[in-house]
Write a protein that binds this ligand. Structure first.
Ligand code: SIN
Length: 299
């Protein structure tokens, strides 16, 4: 008599959800309406979200009542998660979540309060910069606190010819430490780094124009926060070129400005946008949880 093999289910079957992707009237961004991320997405729903992320670069999910664990699990479907070098600002029990917050309790900051003070692409100072980040609102100020996103595909496409020529085939250095001392002077969020932390954030070199690994589109890949110099140019020329690129890549015409509402989850593509936190009055509390997904080596 032949043995009957017991079939074990290999993965959970989840039903598709009825949601829509609505593009913003802006140079980037869309809202995904009618989705609930507190239940795992089916493979086909996940594929639609993934497509929307590639098409619009920033996707907004309103009113997501998700736990930190659900935030981590959804993020991890896109790739391995990265841990921020300032481990003291990781959420307890969730080392993949960075607390972004201006709140100081008992004289100690509970999170990184100046994470987005300058335009940047998350973790561009790593050999493998971030694919994307997911920021989930926990506590919002009654005034201010917006996040701005700038489309770096358009920034590249709209560069004047002389700048395109100037950056053709060039690379630039990115350093986590570029503005560290300056930030340290102005707020309590930047502790003295240990030797091990400094070793974790050695400067790296990336192409100034990168090719998006999933869409093949070119994007400018420099930022005011982390890009320190153009390789192979004298210091003054390098700084002048970077200043022009910084100004052109954050023009209003390239920007979507996100006004946060309770429980918003915003997922952006660090390979195609840069972002900036507009800030809020110091006495108003702002707290969000961020995951970052590891991306490819820029090319
Ligand atoms: C960040 O740069 O990841 C934080 C953005 C924000 O606080 O709005």
């Amino acid at each position: 008599m032949s043995a009957v093999l017991q079939q074990q289910p290999t993965h959970r079957i989840t039903r598709n959800q009825d949601f829509e992707v609505l593009a913003f009237d802006a140079p980037l961004g869309a809202e995904i309406v009618g989705i609930d991320l507190s239940t795992p997405l089916s493979d086909s729903d996940f594929a639609r979200v993934h497509r929307a992320h590639l098409d619009y670069h920033v996707v907004v999910f309103r009113d997501q009542r998700i736990s930190p664990q659900q935030h981590v699990e959804f993020s991890a479907r896109f790739g391995p998660l990265q841990r921020h070098v300032l481990k003291q600002f990781a959420l307890a029990g969730h080392p993949e979540i960075l607390i972004v917050s201006n709140v100081v309790e008992d004289g100690k900051p509970i999170g990184l309060g100046d994470a987005g003070k300058y335009w940047h692409s998350d973790l561009s100072y790593k050999e493998l910069p971030s694919l994307g980040s997911l920021l989930h609102a926990q506590e919002l100020p009654s005034e201010g606190g917006d996040t701005l996103f700038a489309n770096q595909h358009l920034a590249y496409e709209q560069l004047p010819a002389h700048l395109r020529t100037a950056i053709e085939g060039r690379s630039a250095e990115h350093s986590y430490l570029a503005k560290y001392a300056e930030l340290q002077q102005n707020a309590p969020w930047r502790p003295k780094l240990t030797e091990a932390q400094i070793a974790e954030v050695q400067a790296v070199v990336h192409p100034i124009v990168r090719t998006h690994p999933e869409t093949g589109k070119k994007a400018l890949f420099v930022s005011e926060h982390f890009t320190t110099r153009v390789v192979g140019l004298p210091e003054d020329e390098s700084q002048a070129l970077l200043n022009e690129l910084f100004a052109l890549s954050s023009r209003d015409a390239l920007v979507y400005r996100h006004q946060w509402a309770d429980h918003d989850l915003v997922f952006w593509d660090n390979r195609s946008v840069t972002h900036l936190a507009a800030g809020c009055p110091d006495h108003l509390r702002r707290k969000l949880f961020r995951t970052t997904i590891e991306g490819d080596r820029p090319f």
